[in-house]
Design a binder for this molecule. Structure first.
Ligand SMILES: [Zn+2]
Length: 1039
C-alpha cells in the first residue's frame, strides 16, 4: 500500500511502484487536505439509500433548471440551447393505469429509460414522455363493483403508478404527462374524429356486430379470439345487428400494405410484427366468378358471385357454399322451416364446424359448363350448401367448393358427401404421375390434369390468365382482389370512453358538434355506480342526452356511444410534442420537429391492432394541415419498433400432483434445491407466465425497495436479450449487487487521489490527460515527465530523478500493462455504443461493463518477476480515466450509483473559510493550493458526453506477432510481422502480408524467388492462392 503523504501523488513516478515511497517534490497542496471527503460517502454501499438521495437531487436540479430556462421564454438565446441539438423521440407504449406497476412494465420502462439516457449523453435533445391510457372497461367494471366513480378510481391508480415509476430511477418528461381521460386530451380525440367525419372516413352503419353479453358491449373483430370468445371477459360472443360507428381504414389499406416495405429496411421493425400486419391486411389476388343458379321452385335467383385466389381449379368445383346471411339463403329461409331451424343453430356452433345444409330446390352451374370443350363432369350442375364456415362479412359470403385443392373444402366434402369421389384437377407434374395421395387435397400450384379439358398440361400461372380471359369475354368473371382488413368499428355502448361528438337531429340527421363546443364532456353519473348495473349509463343521462341541433336549433339527442380506447392510443404519441396545446391536437411546428417517433418500445401483443390503427391515423393526419412534413416518412408514425419479451415467474409445483405451490409452502434454504415443506419432496421449478393461480407473480415495488432501482434495472437487462422471454429469478440479482459493491469500494478507496488528478487536470492544462500523447510520449522511458507547478507555472519538466532503477529496468513491461488496460476500455466503448444504439443488445452492455470492471480492478496491481518479484500499479491516470469512462457507460443503466461515484470523484468546492485559509497558505512559498472550480464540480454525470473511442486502440495493439509461413501446407519459417490491420480484407490483406513477410530478413532471403546455391527459390508473390488464418498467425501459400 502507498503511504499517505500530504503531497499530491500525481504522475507516474509517484504512483509506482506500488510498494514504494512517494518521492519528494511536495509542491502541491490539495484542498482535500482540509476536508474529510470520505465522510459523506458511507463505507457500505446502500443502493436503496442512493435511490432516495439522487431522486431528491434530480428533482432539485430539475426545478432549478426550470428556473434557469425561464429567460429563454423571453427571447434570450442560449449558446447551447436545445435548438442546436438533434432531436430524438423515444417512447415506450403508455400504460393502462390498473393501479399496480407490474414487472413487465418495469422491463419496458427500464429499456426505454436506458436508451433515452444514453442518447441524451450522446448529445441528442431527447423527448422521453409518459402518459396514461386511462379510458376503458376495467375502470368501469371496478366502478360498478365498488360503487365509485371511474374517474376517481383512475386518478388514484395514476397517482400510485406514478410514484412507482419515479421509484425506478427513470428520467421522464413529466411536464408532458397527460391521461386520455382528461377532457383537455379527449377534446382533441373528438377533434380528430370530426376531421375523419368531415373527410367521409367516419360513418355509421347497420352491422352484424360482435356483442359481449357479459361486458354488455360491442367488440371489434380483433377483440374476439379464434374460438369466438371475448378477449377481455372471456364470454362467448354473440352476433347482433346494431347501428355502429366505423372508421374507414380500408381507404388506406394499399398504403398500409405498401408502407410495410419501408419499415422492413434495416430491420427497423421486427420481422414478426411486419408479417402479422401483412397477414391482417390480407390482400389476395384472384378472380371474381359468377355461378348461374337454376331453381326448381318457380323462384328466380341472381347469379352467385364468389371470389377465388385459384381460378385454375375451376374445373374441380364440386359444390357452392353460402354464408347464413347470403341473400339467397335469407330469401329461401322465409319458406323453408328446416333451413330456418338450421340457421338458428349456427351461433352455437364452433368456428371450425363442418356441418352444412343442402338447399333442396336450387343448383348452381359452373360458368364453363357452356363451353363445348369442357369435360362432362364439370358440366354437371352443382349442389348448393349453407355452411357456417363461410363468413358473411368476408368476400361475397359465398365460396366455390373445390375439395381436391382446398383443405377446408375437402373436410367439408368428406363430412357431407363421404361417398362421392373428389376430383383432382391439378397435379405436381405435367404427367400426373406424382398425384397419388387421393386422401389429401393438393393445395399447391402445379399442372392442370386431363379433367381440365383444353388446359390439361398447362401450369397454374398459364391456365389462370387464360381462364380469367375466357370468363371475362363471356361476362362471367373478372380479375379481382380481396382484403381481409375490415373497417374499424369504434363505437362502444359504455360510459368510460371519449364521447362521440355527434348530435342526432330528426331533421338534419347526424350533425357534428361545432369545434367551439368541444369537448363534449362525460356527464357525472351519480347513483349509477354501485348498483351493479351494466349497460350504458349515458343513455339514462337525460339532461346530457337531450340538447339542441347545432344546425336547425331544434330538439335533438347526443350520440350515447363512446369510442374504443384504441382510438385514444392511435394518436396519443402525436400529442406529447405539444401536450398543452388548447386549440389543436398539436401544432404543425411541433409535429414537424418531433414526429415520427424515433424508437417505439412495447409488447408484441400490440403488433397488430394498436400499431395498425396508429399507422392509419398517422397516414390520415398527413392528409390534413396538422403534420405538413409527414409525407417525408410516408406518414409512418414510428421509425423503429422494439418489442420486448415477456417476464416469466419462477413457478414451484408438486411433481406428484401437478399442484402449484405457494411461496410459503416451499423451503428455499438451499435455493438450488427447493423443498416442499409438507412432504420434504423436491419441488419442481419452471418459469411460466405470471398469474395469481400459479403464485409466481413478482411485485416490482418490493424488489425496488429491497435491492434498489439500479440493481433491479441491471438485473432485468442482464438476464435476457430485450426481445426474448425474461425468466425472473430474484436469487440472481446478487450477481449484479456484487458487481456494484466491488466497484464502489474500489472507487471509495482511491477517490482522494483521483479527485486531485481531476483538479490538476482541470486547472493546469499541461496536465490534461490526452491518451494518444500519453502513450506516444512515454513509449521511451527517457521522456518520462512529471511537470511540477508553482502558481500555475511549470517549475521542473524532467523528473527522471524520481525514477527508481527498478522502474527504469521494468518500464516497458509496466507500460504494456497500462496499454492493455486502455485497450480494454476502448474496445468496451466501441462495443457498448453499438449495443446501446444499434442492436439494443442491452444484456451484452451489462456483461461488457462487468468485464471491464474486473479488468480495471484486477489489473490495478500486478507483479513482474525480474530477479525478485515486484508489485506494481497501473498508472494512476490510466486507472482513473478508465473508471471515469466505465461510470459514464454505466450511467444509463445504474443512474443513482453512477451519480454517487461521480460525486465521490468530483466533490463540491470548499467553503469560503477554507478558501481564505488557502489564499493565505498560497503566499507561503513554495506551496500552491489547487482548488476545484465551483462551476465544474457538483455536475451531474448525465451532463458528461458519452465516451467515444480516442483512436488509440490500433496504436496500442501489441506491435509484432509471430507468423508461421507455410508453402503448399509445409512450414517454411516463422517471422515477426506487425499485427493485422483491421481495415484490410481480401486481396489487399494478401498484398499487405506478402510485403510484411518479404520485409523481414529471413523472408527476403528465402521467399523472394531467385536462386540459392543453384537451386531455384520460391517467390510468394507468384502464389496462386494465399490463405490467411488465425488473425495472421499462419499463412499458407499455394504455388
Ligand atoms: Zn337539425
Amino acid at each position: 500500500m502507498m503511504k499517505r503523504t500530504i503531497a499530491t501523488r500525481v504522475g507516474r513516478a509517484w504512483a509506482r511502484p506500488a510498494c514504494g515511497e512517494a518521492p519528494g517534490g511536495r509542491k502541491h497542496l490539495h484542498y482535500a487536505l482540509f476536508l474529510s471527503r470520505k465522510s459523506s460517502h458511507p463505507l457500505e454501499l446502500d443502493l436503496p439509500a442512493l435511490d432516495r438521495r439522487w431522486q431528491r437531487e434530480w428533482e432539485r436540479r430539475r426545478v432549478e433548471k426550470g428556473w434557469n430556462e425561464l429567460p429563454a421564454l423571453f427571447g434570450k438565446n442560449e449558446a447551447n440551447s436545445a435548438e442546436s441539438k438533434e432531436k430524438m423521440y423515444i417512447l415506450p407504449m403508455f400504460p393502462y393505469p390498473s393501479g399496480d406497476l407490474h414487472i413487465g412494465h418495469l422491463r419496458v420502462y427500464t429499456i426505454s429509460d436506458v436508451i433515452a439516457r444514453f442518447r441524451r449523453m450522446q448529445g441528442y435533445d431527447v423527448m422521453h414522455p409518459i402518459g396514461w391510457d386511462a379510458f376503458g372497461l376495467p375502470a368501469e367494471n371496478a366502478a360498478i363493483e365498488r360503487g365509485i366513480d371511474p374517474a376517481s378510481w383512475t386518478k388514484r391508480n395514476i397517482r400510485k403508478m406514478k410514484s412507482q415509476l419515479q421509484a425506478m430511477n427513470g428520467h421522464w418528461d413529466w411536464d408532458r404527462e397527460f391521461a386520455t381521460c382528461d377532457p383537455s386530451f379527449y377534446k382533441h380525440t373528438q377533434h380528430l374524429f370530426l376531421l375523419l367525419h368531415k373527410a367521409g372516413l367516419a360513418y355509421q352503419a347497420e352491422s352484424l356486430v360482435n356483442y359481449d353479453p357479459v361486458d354488455k358491449t360491442v367488440l371489434a373483430n380483433e377483440q374476439v379470439d379464434a374460438n369466438g370468445f371475448s378477449w377481455r371477459s372471456g364470454a362467448k360472443v354473440e352476433q347482433r345487428m346494431l347501428k355502429q360507428w366505423f372508421l374507414d381504414i380500408s381507404e388506406f389499406r394499399q398504403e398500409l400494405l405498401e408502407g410495410l416495405g419501408g419499415l422492413a429496411k434495416n430491420r427497423a421493425w421486427p420481422e414478426r410484427v411486419l408479417a402479422m400486419q401483412k397477414n391482417w391486411i390480407g390482400k389476395s389476388t384472384g378472380a371474381r366468378i359468377k355461378f348461374p343458379v337454376v331453381a326448381y321452385d318457380q323462384q328466380t335467383h341472381s347469379d352467385i358471385e364468389v371470389f377465388t385466389t385459384r381460378p385454375d381449379t375451376i374445373f374441380g368445383v364440386q359444390y357452392v357454399a353460402l354464408a347464413s346471411n347470403h341473400p339467397i339463403v335469407q330469401s329461401l329461409a322465409k319458406t323453408d322451416v328446416d333451413l330456418q331451424a338450421f340457421l338458428d343453430t349456427i351461433p352455437a356452433l364452433p368456428a371450425d364446424s363442418k356441418v352444412g345444409y343442402l338447399l333442396p330446390h336450387v343448383r348452381a352451374l359452373n360458368p364453363l359448363a357452356y363451353e363445348d370443350t369442357t369435360p362432362d363432369a364439370t358440366k354437371a350442375s352443382l349442389p348448393i350448401y349453407v355452411a357456417p364456415y363461410v363468413l358473411g362479412d368476408y368476400g361475397d359470403g359465398a365460396v366455390m367448393g373445390v375439395p381436391g385443392h382446398d383443405t377446408r373444402d375437402h373436410a367439408f366434402w368428406k363430412h357431407n358427401r363421404y361417398d362421392d369421389p373428389v376430383r383432382f384437377v391439378i397435379s405436381q407434374s405435367p404427367d400426373e404421375a406424382t398425384t397419388t395421395l387421393t386422401s389429401q387435397p393438393f393445395v399447391h400450384h402445379g399442372h392442370l390434369t386431363k379433367h381440365s379439358g383444353p388446359y390439361a398440361g398447362q401450369t397454374t400461372a398459364e391456365a389462370t390468365d387464360k381462364i380469367i380471359a375466357l370468363l371475362e369475354s363471356k361476362g362471367l368473371g373478372s380479375k379481382a382482389e380481396t382484403w381481409r382488413l375490415r373497417d374499424w368499428l369504434i363505437s362502444r355502448q359504455r360510459y368510460w370512453g371519449t364521447p362521440i361528438p355527434i348530435i342526432h337531429c330528426g331533421n338534419c340527421g347526424a350533425v357534428p358538434v361545432p369545434a367551439d363546443q368541444l369537448p363534449v364532456e362525460l356527464p357525472p353519473i351519480e347513483r349509477h355506480w354501485g348498483g351493479g348495473r351494466g349497460g350504458n349509463p349515458l343513455e339514462h343521462a337525460h339532461d346530457w342526452v337531450n340538447t339542441f341541433c347545432p344546425s336547425c336549433k331544434g330538439a335533438a339527442k347526443r350520440d350515447t356511444d363512446t369510442m374504443d380506447t384504441f382510438v385514444d392510443s392511435s394518436w396519443y404519441f402525436m400529442r406529447f410534442p405539444d401536450a398543452e396545446n388548447e386549440e389543436a391536437p398539436f401544432s404543425a411546428e411541433a409535429a414537424n420537429s418531433h414526429l415520427p417517433v424515433d424508437l417505439y418500445i412495447g409488447g408484441v401483443e400490440h403488433a397488430i391492432l394498436h400499431l395498425l390503427y396508429a399507422r392509419f391515423v398517422s397516414k390520415f393526419v398527413v392528409t390534413t394541415p396538422l403534420w405538413p412534413d409527414g409525407w417525408k416518412s410516408a406518414g409512418e408514425p414510428f421509425k423503429k419498433v422494439l418489442t420486448q419479451g415477456m417476464v416469466h415467474g419462477k413457478t414451484f409445483t408438486d411433481s406428484s400432483t401437478g399442484r402449484f405451490l405457494k411461496p410459503e409452502e416451499v423451503d428455499l434454504t438451499d435455493p438450488s434445491n427447493p423443498l416442499i415443506i409438507a412432504s420434504g419432496e423436491k419441488a419442481h421449478v419452471s418459469y411460466e407466465k405470471m398469474s395469481k393461480s400459479k403464485y409466481n407473480g413478482v411485485d416490482p415495488s418490493t424488489c425496488l425497495a429491497k435491492y434498489g432501482a439500479d440493481a433491479t434495472r441491471a438485473h432485468i437487462l442482464f438476464q435476457a436479450p430485450v426481445s426474448e422471454v425474461l425468466e425472473w429469478d430474484e436469487e440472481k440479482i446478487s450477481g449484479v449487487t456484487r458487481w456494484l459493491r466491488r466497484l464502489y469500494e474500489f472507487i471509495r478507496h482511491n477517490c482522494e487521489d483521483w479527485a486531485m488528478l481531476y483538479d490538476l487536470e482541470d486547472q493546469l492544462p499541461k496536465h490534461r490527460f490526452i491518451t494518444s500523447h500519453f502513450f506516444e510520449k512515454e513509449i521511451s522511458a527517457t521522456n518520462f515527465v512529471t511537470p511540477l507547478y508553482h502558481r500555475g507555472k511549470v517549475l521542473v519538466e524532467a523528473t527522471n530523478q524520481h525514477m527508481t532503477d527498478e522502474l527504469k529496468k521494468n518500464y516497458p513491461k509496466v507500460l504494456a500493462e497500462d496499454k492493455k488496460l486502455w485497450r480494454a476500455v476502448q474496445l468496451t466503448i466501441a462495443n457498448v455504443t453499438e449495443s446501446y444504439g444499434k442492436s439494443h443488445s442491452l444484456n451484452t452492455v451489462v456483461s461488457d461493463l462487468m468485464a471491464l470492471t474486473n479488468t480495471i480492478i484486477d489489473q490495478r496491481t500486478f507483479t513482474i518477476k525480474s530477479g525478485e518479484s515486484h508489485s506494481w500499479r497501473t498508472d494512476n491516470y490510466i486507472t482513473y480515466h478508465s473508471v471515469l469512462e466505465l461510470l459514464k457507460m454505466m450511467a444509463p443503466i445504474t443512474p443513482a450509483f453512477a451519480e454517487e461515484c461521480w460525486s465521490m470523484l468530483h466533490p463540491r468546492p470548499p467553503n469560503a473559510l477554507i478558501r481564505l485559509l488557502s489564499t493565505i497558505l498560497n503566499r507561503l512559498k513554495p506551496y500552491t493550493i489547487v482548488f476545484p472550480k465551483a462551476d465544474k464540480h457538483g455536475e451531474s454525470i448525465f451532463d458528461q458526453p458519452f465516451p467515444t473511442t480516442d483512436g488509440t486502440f490500433e496504436m496500442l495493439a501489441p506491435s509484432k506477432q509471430s507468423c508461421a509461413v507455410q508453402v503448399n501446407g509445409r512450414l517454411r519459417l516463422v517471422v515477426q510481422i506487425p499485427a493485422l490491420p483491421t481495415n484490410l480484407k481480401g486481396k489487399e490483406l494478401e498484398k499487405w502480408i506478402v510485403k510484411e513477410i518479404l520485409d523481414t530478413s529471413e523472408g527476403e532471403r528465402k521467399l523472394r524467388g531467385g536462386s540459392e546455391k543453384g537451386k531455384p527459390l520460391i517467390d510468394i508473390r507468384k502464389a496462386t492462392k494465399v490463405i490467411v488464418v488465425h488473425g495472421g498467425k499462419t499463412v499458407n501459400f499455394v504455388v
